[in-house]
Design a binder for this molecule. Structure first.
Ligand code: NAP
Ligand code: 8YV
Length: 323
């Protein structure tokens, strides 16, 4: 049987590359510019894309591939893909949900505890030899005790975070566009009302036109001077300059960030602040979980070309789901 031609866009893990090369006729482009250099006859044969890293896949890039049927994304978040264009052309978009949920929830709890109890700063203090010279590290300004956590986006990962907080006896409330049936957490229809009612906000919504800059200066003011913001969703959800200002002026107490507006570039103004914990987008970044994500990215392509039914299409894609 002839192998389908696919484009591997951005870097993929060696195990994914091996699996893709055994089933498909692979062409490689590390970024959008390289897709422009693919010969027209090759581009005309491409029926699938496997996107390994966050290469922006706008209309101009997608238009180069007139026979494109499926766009298989590595990652549960699929921002940066022109979904309207894909829907109009009937291109199926798939993502990698579930296999990373527990890993990202673990990372979020680590980031929350680190931010609240200043663990990174305390470690820097010890490594600088200051425990011996200056005495014990100062008591942390914050504690998880008596905090209420508002989760923006009680989806798969949000719920896994909430379950962990239950075990730690930390109360949870949430906001989303809809009330989630069958969960015991209080729902706030209005985001601002939830933020006014809590002192800790965990963001785990997708990046989209709807969520862009949802957390602006007004929301940060509403979080208040004891407020702690944790963002593991997408950097675009927070107005980054407003966050820097809120941290610098102590409008809020602290923040823990795994995602940024313009990755991998992180503003110097953020790096120089002492009340923020910064991680380089590593929510799902273990060998175990990235292998599972890579496998699902490959399996979506294999399922599509073998059966015409992808395993995990995104809701915007009008196709049947196998499970
Ligand atoms: P999910 O199950 O689809 O959950 C997304 C949640 O966001 C849903 O509860 C949804 O509820 C809510 N939501 C969506 N749009 C909203 C809006 N405009 N306003 C308010 N709430 C909104 O997805 P997931 O698997 O939990 O993943 C969530 C996100 O986490 C991903 O999209 C990705 O951006 C991010 N993520 C980050 C990392 C990392 O390494 N830091 C790793 C994995 C995922 P409603 O539909 O009811 O509004
Ligand atoms: C990945 C993520 O780091 O799944 C997501 O939405 O943000 C992360 O798990 C990313 O997609 C891979 O580059």
């Amino acid at each position: 049987m002839t192998k389908a031609d696919i484009l591997v866009l951005g870097g993929v893990r060696p195990s994914s590359r091996e699996a893709l090369e055994s089933d498909f006729n692979c062409h490689f482009a590390s970024d959008a510019a390289e897709t422009g250099a693919i010969a027209a006859d090759v581009a005309g044969r491409i029926r699938g894309i496997a996107r390994g890293t966050h290469v922006h896949a706008g209309r101009a890039l997608l238009e180069r591939f007139p026979k494109l049927e499926i766009f298989s994304n590595f990652g549960v978040g699929y921002d940066g893909i022109d979904l309207d264009y894909c829907a109009a052309r009937g291109i199926v978009v798939t993502n990698t949900p579930d296999v990373l949920t527990e890993e990202v929830a673990d990372t979020t709890l680590g980031l929350l505890l680190n931010t609240v109890r200043e663990l990174s700063a305390a470690e820097r203090y010890l490594r600088a030899g200051r425990w011996e010279t200056d005495g014990a590290y100062p008591l942390s300004k914050a504690t998880l005790r008596n905090r209420t956590i508002g989760i923006l986006g009680l989806g798969r990962i949000g719920l896994a975070i909430a379950r962990r907080l239950d075990a730690m006896q930390v109360p949870v409330v949430y906001h989303g566009r809809r009330e989630r049936p069958g969960v015991g957490y209080r729902y706030y229809r209005e985001l601002k009302s939830m933020i006014e009612a809590v002192d800790t906000l965990i963001i785990v919504v997708p990046g989209s036109a709807e969520t862009a800059n949802l957390i602006d200066a007004g929301m940060l003011k509403a979080l208040g001077p004891d407020g702690i913001l944790i963002n593991v969703g997408r950097g675009s959800v927070v107005d980054e300059p407003a966050l820097i200002e809120a941290l610098a002026s102590r409008t809020i107490l602290a923040a823990g960030l795994d995602v940024f507006a313009n990755e991998p570039s992180v503003p110097e103004a953020l790096i120089s602040l002492d009340n923020v914990v910064l991680l380089p987008h590593l929510g799902s970044a273990s060998h175990h979980t990235r292998d599972a994500m890579g496998q699902l990215m490959v399996d979506n392509l294999k399922a599509w070309f073998a059966t015409g039914v992808p395993l995990t299409p995104v809701p915007e894609t009008p196709v049947r789901q196998a499970r």
